[in-house]
Design a protein around this ligand. Structure first.
Ligand code: X8Z
Ligand code: ZN
Length: 635
């Protein structure tokens, strides 16, 4: 359609709509709403509210058509995203932008139209249609402004930020032109014990981020305009509206859960700081102070399992970095594919079907040598049916073995809800999707690894494996909270570009008790060194997933009839547990998440609850408290 015919059509529609009698039998067909050109007020959609009598039928027809179109657009966008993420070029980025723009525009227009037509009669619609109304409104993370040019700019910025991250490299002058990738720099943080090397890698990766600072500022302004068009105060409010509760209640829920787990985190922090003092001394790691962020074995200090050798103070372990599992995987000559097969095998053991043949043909398991890719692990369901794939730059180690279970969890969930209506092809809430595969990896216990021949023997005491897991899961919790606390404040305008970095570090200190290892300023953009910020991808889901996965695990262990301590339970091979899981996943997002939780855990499970993670780590928490006696904890 040309620009002229678009303008003519909008004029015609406007006339039609204005002449619609209030008592007309059906409301005028807003479905051909065309983006007004030149732009009118954002959010002004030429449409009239539907009368109550016909709302149900009108809405049913509206969603049938809209969902069919969305499915086509989503598939096109998923295909374009796959191509771009596995082969970043100017052209693949341009295709991704076009496809995303189409999704954003269509969704924005349709959500605004639906709000206009059915918003006022929403409480008269059936629960299913009412749910679809909300699902449509919150379905894009970055909603498009009404102005087509602004929407195009938003799609372009979004794609460009992710590519900048994906292509990011640090070229230290001492290497004379040789550059290091995130994978290589992460390896330094995980393995080196030399503060100057750690600092170079930590600072080096952060040099990729400043170009994204202005881009984020623009994204915030444009996407907020899109969010307001849909009736949200800002994008943060839209993100918090995906949880079957008000955005304010959702933020309170995050606080409530965080306060439940904080005492456990504080004791882990205290123990870890004391362990680091043994390696680096109190001059670098002072008592009563946040821990310098480059010493925790991870680029964002979000999981600390790489430094466990130091925490045991065991010289032998220090000399042999990595875990028993890392070594066993190498010794067994596991490959990325055989690791993925082993992860799939767990799901199969629960009674779930093997992944389709195309998964093995189309996935990207290895970092290609000849092209730029986004290595951050990602699961795809390209056609929202069974074209399941993952892309990952798999290393043969325990960490990536766990991540593989995480990614396959996404794939299995995707497939389980594929016969739901398109707007319900999602998890019960975003934390469910992120928690599913992790739930399975909680069953990858030392006992299971021994059974599979991946460990020679179980450790003699429970504390070691529990500490390993806490360094991954418990250490993660505050990072899972603060990342979106920062973004919510950025989207609401509470934090402006002049304070991006300062406010980021204030939150890192407050929640995580870590501090920047070198002076930082507003010339830096440290939040942008994290994939999900560069990719404009919400993050609170991972915090909720970390709490939920223990709740899921406890429910599955109960379904399996297991009676022992939670941290020793593995539901491997248990069909009763698999059945519960399948029932929850098949619901997709068609019902409130509380019902999905009950499908898994029975009537008693109707809210998110951190008691399961606390139960799981109870023996470790008692042990940590004992170890910390006489120490000055906190920061
Ligand atoms: O991004 C991921 C997954 C893909 S959805 C690998 N995770 C978060 C992260 O890496 O920061 C999993 C844990 C948290
Ligand atoms: Zn994930």
């Amino acid at each position: 359609m040309t620009r002229i015919s678009q303008i003519l059509l909008s004029a015609l529609l406007a006339t039609l709509l204005v002449s619609c009698a209030p008592n007309a039998a059906t409301c005028p067909p807003c479905k051909t709403v065309v983006r007004p050109e030149p732009m009118t007020q954002p959010g002004s959609i030429p449409c009239k509210p539907c009368p109550e009598a016909t709302a149900e039928a009108e809405a049913a027809a509206f969603f049938k058509e809209t969902e069919a179109e969305l499915l086509k657009l989503w598939t096109r966008a998923a295909r374009a995203a796959w191509i771009k993420m596995t082969y970043i070029t100017v052209d693949t980025e341009a295709s991704e932008v076009e496809a995303n723009e189409a999704v954003m525009n269509y969704t924005g227009d349709k959500a605004a139209e639906a709000q206009c037509r059915f918003g006022e009669v929403a409480d008269k619609l059936s629960p299913t249609l009412r749910r679809k109304l909300t699902a449509l409104r919150v379905s894009t993370g970055l909603p498009a402004p009404a102005d087509a040019q602004k929407a195009a700019e938003l799609a372009r910025l979004d794609s460009s930020m992710e590519s900048t991250y994906g292509k990011g490299k640090f070229c230290p002058p001492r290497l004379k032109g040789k550059c290091l990738t995130l994978g290589q720099l992460s390896e330094v943080l995980a393995r080196s014990r030399k503060p100057e090397e750690l600092l170079e890698a930590w600072l080096g990766w952060r040099t990729i981020a400043p170009p994204m600072r202005d881009q984020l500022t623009k994204v915030v302004a444009l996407a907020n305009e899109g969010a307001r068009r849909l009736g949200f105060a800002d994008v943060g409010e839209l993100w918090r509206s995906r949880f079957d509760m008000s955005p304010a209640a959702m933020a309170r829920e995050v606080d409530r859960l965080w306060l439940q787990v904080k005492p456990l985190y504080n004791d882990l922090h205290c123990f870890t700081r004391a362990g680091l003092q043994k390696t680096y001394g109190k001059a670098l790691v002072p008592d009563g102070q946040p821990i310098p962020a480059h010493l925790l074995g991870n680029m964002w200090s979000q999981s600390w399992d790489n430094i466990k050798g130091q925490l045991w103070g065991d010289q032998k372990k220090k000399a042999r970095p990595g875990s028993e599992l890392d070594r066993a995987l190498v010794k067994k000559k596991m490959t990325p594919t055989s690791m993925a097969r082993a992860a799939e095998n767990f799901f199969i053991s629960l009674g779930l079907a093997p992944l389709p043949k195309t998964f093995w043909e189309r996935s990207m398991f290895d970092k290609p040598r000849d092209r730029e890719v986004v290595c951050h692990a990602y699961a795809f369901d390209v056609d929202f049916a069974d074209d399941l794939r993952i892309k990952m730059c798999i290393k043969v180690n325990g960490e990536d073995f766990t991540t593989l279970h995480h990614e396959l969890g996404h794939n299995y969930y995707d497939r389980a809800y594929s016969s739901q209506d398109p707007l319900f092809r999602d998890s019960a809430h975003p934390g469910f999707h992120e928690g599913l595969g992790d739930t399975i990896s909680l069953s990858v216990t030392p006992g299971y690894l021994v059974e599979k021949g991946l460990l020679a023997a179980e450790p003699k005491n429970d504390i070691e494996p529990l500490l390993d897991r806490a360094l991954k899961k418990v250490a993660f919790l505050p990072f899972g909270v603060l990342t979106d606390r920062w973004r919510w404040a950025v989207f609401s305008g509470e934090v402006g570009p002049d304070a991006y970095n300062k406010s980021w570090w204030a939150l890192r200190e407050k929640y995580q008790g870590v501090k920047a290892p070198a002076p930082r300023s507003e010339a830096d953009f440290d939040p942008g060194s994290k994939y999900h910020i560069a990719a404009n991808y919400p993050y609170t889901r991972y915090f909720l997933a970390t709490v939920l996965q223990f709740q899921f695990h406890r429910a599955l262990c109960r379904a399996a009839g297991y009676k022992g301590p939670l941290h020793k339970c593995s539901v491997y091979g248990n069909k009763a547990a698999g059945k519960r899981l399948a029932a929850m996943m098949a619901m997709g997002s068609s019902r409130p998440w509380t019902e999905a939780l009950k499908a898994l855990g029975g009537a008693g499970e109707d809210k998110m609850d951190a008691t399961a993670i606390l139960d799981y780590f109870k023996p470790l928490h008692a042990w940590l408290k004992e170890q910390n006696k006489g120490r000055e904890c906190g920061w």
